[in-house]
Design a protein around this ligand. Sequence first.
Ligand SMILES: [Fe+2]
Ligand SMILES: [Fe+2]
Length: 191
Amino acid sequence: MSMLIDRIIKDHEHLTRLLVCLDREISKYKEGATRRPRLSVIIDALDYLHNYPDSFHHPLESRLLAKLRPRITDSELREKLEVIEDQHVEINQLTNNLIDRFQSIQNDQIVPIDALLADYQRYAELQINHLKLENTCMIPAMKALLTEEDVAAVTSALNGNPDPLFGAHLWDSYENLYQFVIGTEKEQIAV
Ligand SMILES: [Fe+2]
Ligand SMILES: [Fe+2]
C-alpha cells in the first residue's frame, strides 16, 4: 500500500519542481524579460508531461480511484474525486495543445503569443490546483479506504513504468531537461 501511495506523492513533488521551472522559462516570453526563452526545453518539459504524468501517473490514479469510488459514502468527497478525473482529461488535452503550438513556433510558423501565454497560464493553474486537490482529498482517502487487494492489482504496473526524468534511470532524451531543472533551481537559490 504505502509504496504505491509514496510513488504518487513523490511524483507530485517532482511534478511541482518541473512546473516551477517551466513557469520561470515561459515568463521569459513576457514583455520586459531580459533573457530569451529556451524553446527546446519548454517543448521537452511538455513532452515529458505528456509521456509520464499524462500517460502513466494520471491513469494510475484513475485505476486507484475506480477502486476507491464504491467505498466512499461522503458525497462531497465523491464530487471532488469526479473533479480530479475531469481534470485528468482536461490536462491531457491542454498538454497536447500546448505541444502543438510551441512546436509551431519551433517550425517558424506564426503563433499569437498572447493567446498562447494565456492558455499556458490556465494550464499551469489547473496543474497546481489538481495537485492540491489530490494531495488534500485523494491521497488521504486512498490511505484510509483502499485495501491491500485493491492496491495489489495496480502495483504490478509500477515496475515497468519508471519515471524517465526523476527516476533511477534518466532517459537520454530528457538529459537537457534534467540539466535545465537543476540549473533553474540553482539560479532560484542564488537569487
Ligand atoms: Fe497526481
Ligand atoms: Fe492526477
